[in-house]
Structures are given as structure tokens and as C-alpha cells.
Design a protein around this ligand. Structure first.
Ligand code: COA
Length: 150
């Protein structure tokens, strides 16, 4: 597994916004052909954003909304299959637990379902289309060891 640092990004900071935008443009707009207008939405402003750094280079991003939905998970193609997506997801789970969210969910691309299953997510509901890509809701209940002991 590659040495990965994850930091919380600041959407109100122009440099962070450019970095997040660059990664999402390369992965979703250029690689997956998601229409530009669908990639950016009103939730960017209020979400918590994550950036993964490898060898001083930004290589991946994701975001977490207030209601426990996370998404826009994007690892640059040349950095995949080295545990970076998993490191990002573990950080999202940690942040959600700190916020005392009861559950996390995402609209996963069907091609990535195994990735989420490996992190304890289970499928919920039917498959659906979003931006021309088949998706499936995946969810995971979060536990709070301190709360359970009380
Ligand atoms: C899905 C994604 C975030 C995974 O990131 P990653 O850094 O490659 O993930 P990890 O290295 O931590 O884990 C990879 C493992 O997850 C599983 N996996 C399942 N589907 C996968 C997929 N589409 N891509 C990568 N891994 C996948 C495999 O078991 C894989 O193990 P392997 O490397 O031995 O093949 C990354 O591939 C990505 O950004 N894809 C393009 C954008 C995208 O589809 N985002 C998800 C939207 S729901």
C-alpha cells in the first residue's frame, strides 16, 4: 500500500477549489464523459471535501454531505489500485463518526460496487441511471463504540 496523506480541503479557498476541480475534471468529465453541467452542483459549497496526497502530489478527492451522503470519489487513473481510494474512504468514515452520523451512503457506479462492499457497504434499492452510468445506492450503518458502552 502506497504512503497516502489525506487532508480536509476548503471549498472557499481558491487553490483547493482548483485542485479538486482538476482531479474531478480529469476523472469524471474527461475519462467518464460526465457532462460538465452535471459535475458541479449546489452541494459543493456545503460539503466537506477531501484531498489525497502522494509524494507531494494531489491524486484523489471525495466529498461528504451533511446528510451522510458521500461521493465524487475520484482517484487519478495512474494512481488506482494502490489503496488510495480505501484510505480516502476510511477518512470519510472517521469524519462521519466524529460528526455522529448514524449512517453513510453513496450512489455508487455499478462497476465499483466491490470496492464499497470491501468497506462494509451493502446495496439498497434498485439500480438507476445517472449521467448515463448505471448506479446503485450503497449504505453502511456507523457504530459508536463509546456510545455503545454507556
Ligand atoms: C473506484 C475508485 C475510487 C477506487 O480507488 P482505488 O484507489 O483504485 O481503490 P483501492 O486501491 O483502495 O481498492 C481497489 C480495490 O477495490 C476493488 N474495486 C472494485 N471495483 C473497482 C474499480 N472500479 N476500480 C478500482 N477498484 C475497484 C478491487 O478489489 C480493487 O482491488 P485491486 O486493486 O486488487 O483490483 C477509483 O477506481 C476511481 O476513482 N475510479 C474512477 C471514478 C469512479 O468510478 N469513482 C467511483 C464513483 S462511485
Amino acid at each position: 500500500m502506497i504512503q497516502t496523506e489525506i487532508r480536509i480541503a476548503d471549498w472557499s479557498n481558491a487553490d483547493d477549489r482548483i485542485t479538486l476541480g482538476m482531479i474531478r475534471e480529469r476523472v469524471f468529465i474527461e475519462e467518464q464523459q460526465v457532462p460538465f453541467a452535471l459535475e458541479w452542483d449546489e452541494f459543493d459549497n456545503s460539503s466537506m471535501h477531501f484531498l489525497a496526497i502522494v509524494d507531494n502530489q494531489y491524486v484523489a478527492t471525495a466529498r461528504l454531505k451533511h446528510d451522510g451522503q458521500f461521493g465524487r470519489m475520484a482517484v487519478l487513473a495512474e494512481f488506482r489500485h494502490q489503496g488510495i481510494g480505501s484510505a480516502l474512504l476510511r477518512c470519510i468514515v472517521q469524519q462521519a463518526q466524529q460528526r455522529q452520523l448514524d449512517q453513510l451512503y453513496c450512489h455508487a457506479q455499478v462497476s465499483a460496487l466491490d470496492f464499497y462492499c470491501q468497506h462494509g457497504f451493502v446495496a439498497y434499492g434498485n439500480e438507476f441511471d445517472d449521467a448515463g452510468i448505471a448506479h446503485q445506492t450503497m449504505q453502511r450503518t456507523l457504530d459508536f463504540p463509546a456510545r455503545n458502552r454507556a
